[in-house]
Design a protein around this ligand. Sequence first.
Ligand SMILES: [Ca+2]
Ligand SMILES: [Ca+2]
Length: 339
Amino acid sequence: MKSEPTKIDSDNDGIPDKYVERTMADKVDFTFDDPNPLESDVKRTALKRDLFKVKKDNGTSYGGDQGWFDGDSDDYCNGKVSGEEISHYGCGLIAMCNVLLYLGIDNEDYRNWSEYVDKNTGIISKSDYMAFVKTMSNYFILRGPKSFLGVPAEFPLDFLLPGSLEEGFNSFSEAYDWDLDSEWASESNGDDVYCTIKSMLKNDIPVILAYSADVNNYIKKASGSDIAKKVFFSVLKHKLGPVAGTLIAESVPTIYDATHEYKSLQLYKYENNIFKEDQDIDSHYVTVTEILEFSESIQEKLDCGKVMLKTSSWGRIVYIDYDDYKDAIDSFTNILEIY
Ligand SMILES: [Ca+2]
Ligand SMILES: [Ca+2]
């Protein structure tokens, strides 16, 4: 293969053979010369169509934004939760609404409600999006403290506190005959989780990704206390009987390594042709829409890791360096596999 002067991107990796600022600024993904014009430096695995946009008064957002619910006087979750609480803790619900609305764009079988994304434009209005969130909030049950709406849903003792996200999704799937199942992915193998994200995107299903540092730190602390043991024991005894209950309750404090401090996760934005640090998160759900794998020379140019996950968070595009995420995977920091 020879670099063709008439073709601006010989290897089709989104990086022009020779970048010309005057004519190409708005037309190419990366605004520099391709360091390897005949060899792909970017591998993308993306949804068939990009995530839908939500039309607001001033422009559009990338998926939904929990911030819209701040100051909203409506009640959510069967009247138990305020709009303000959705704005603080509603990221899991928003991520689920993003997935449900996306699935229904091209497949009417997955569209069992009145609000949906316009198939031609890939746009939904903000008022329709918010009405959809209100309806869905009644199906994704809150358990325990209200903040659990906004944090990863699987507990180490998940038979006591089943995660409402996968429960909600599975009950929809069953009610509407969708033939889809969901469960939280492997807790120990970052490579498996990566393959799962990839195969879901190839199957055109957005991925709900959860990250939790502060919940882990909290439980680590609480699980070592006498009160926590008493509570765990009494619940387990009630569920399982005294013998099995005691055995499991005793093992709870060992699930958490007392010396391990769970850290927050750095998010990145792509701006002026480089990845820059954005906010970092302690506990959050985002919607993954694309995987970007970069060659070494591109990682240097863009100042990023080998694998960057493109996600929707607060209605914006932000990226996660998968190497940062991979090491943190456990019961709370996990992805919702839908298959
Ligand atoms: Ca190229
Ligand atoms: Ca190239």
